[in-house]
Design a protein around this ligand. Structure first.
Ligand SMILES: [Zn+2]
Length: 189
């Protein structure tokens, strides 16, 4: 299943500490993985499918992460929706537990099958090396953060009270917040 890697978004615990000091007081702080070309899912952010290639705690952490995004509301409305599939060809988010052999990386998201700036599917790896001996809450928050990357959001270390802030940036929340949801809405609308 592994194909050519286009770009990776790492979710580290040891990097980006310096960025915590530069807070932004702007109305929003969300970023995109490709700010100048607005990479995003082809076909929009709704009715996306995910396929779990792992079970146990990390598999259920992925499921919880998708639920958290499905439950997010911006002005009373969802900004995305995910449901599970068993169809390999129909999956937009392939979910793996992988030994990345680096404790500083909690998860990573890769993007595949581009048509211009539109990608048709992504792969998220949760790092078993770092997470299988950690808490379920941490795995769930990491999965939720990486799903934000799959949607096209970048890191948001200027605002710790967003799911797109890295753990190393002092993330203080475990679910998508208004700024995260605004970011998805802005990208797809
Ligand atoms: Zn990240």
């Amino acid at each position: 299943m592994r194909k050519k890697i286009i770009i990776r978004q790492f979710s580290g615990v040891l990097v980006c500490l310096g960025l915590v000091l530069s807070f932004s007081l702007g109305a929003f702080a969300y970023t995109f993985i490709a700010p100048n070309s607005l990479w995003k899912f082809s076909g929009g952010s709704f009715n996306k499918k995910y396929l779990l290639y792992c079970t146990d705690t990390l598999g259920s952490s992925f499921t919880e992460g998708f639920t958290r995004w499905n439950n997010g509301r911006r002005n009373g409305s969802a900004v995305c929706s995910f449901s599970s599939t068993s169809s390999i060809s129909g999956s937009n988010v392939d979910c793996y537990a992988s030994a990345l052999n680096n404790y500083s990386i909690l998860g990573q998201t890769d993007y595949f099958s581009f048509n211009g700036n539109l990608y048709s599917y992504t792969e998220i790896d949760l790092n078993t090396t770092a997470l299988t001996t950690s808490t379920t809450a941490r795995s769930q928050a990491t999965a939720t953060h990486e799903i934000g990357h799959a949607l096209g959001l970048g890191e948001n270390n200027n605002m710790p009270a967003t799911i797109m802030c890295q753990e190393s940036g002092g993330r203080s929340v475990t679910t998508p917040q208004a700024d995260d949801l605004n970011g998805v809405y802005a990208l797809y609308n």
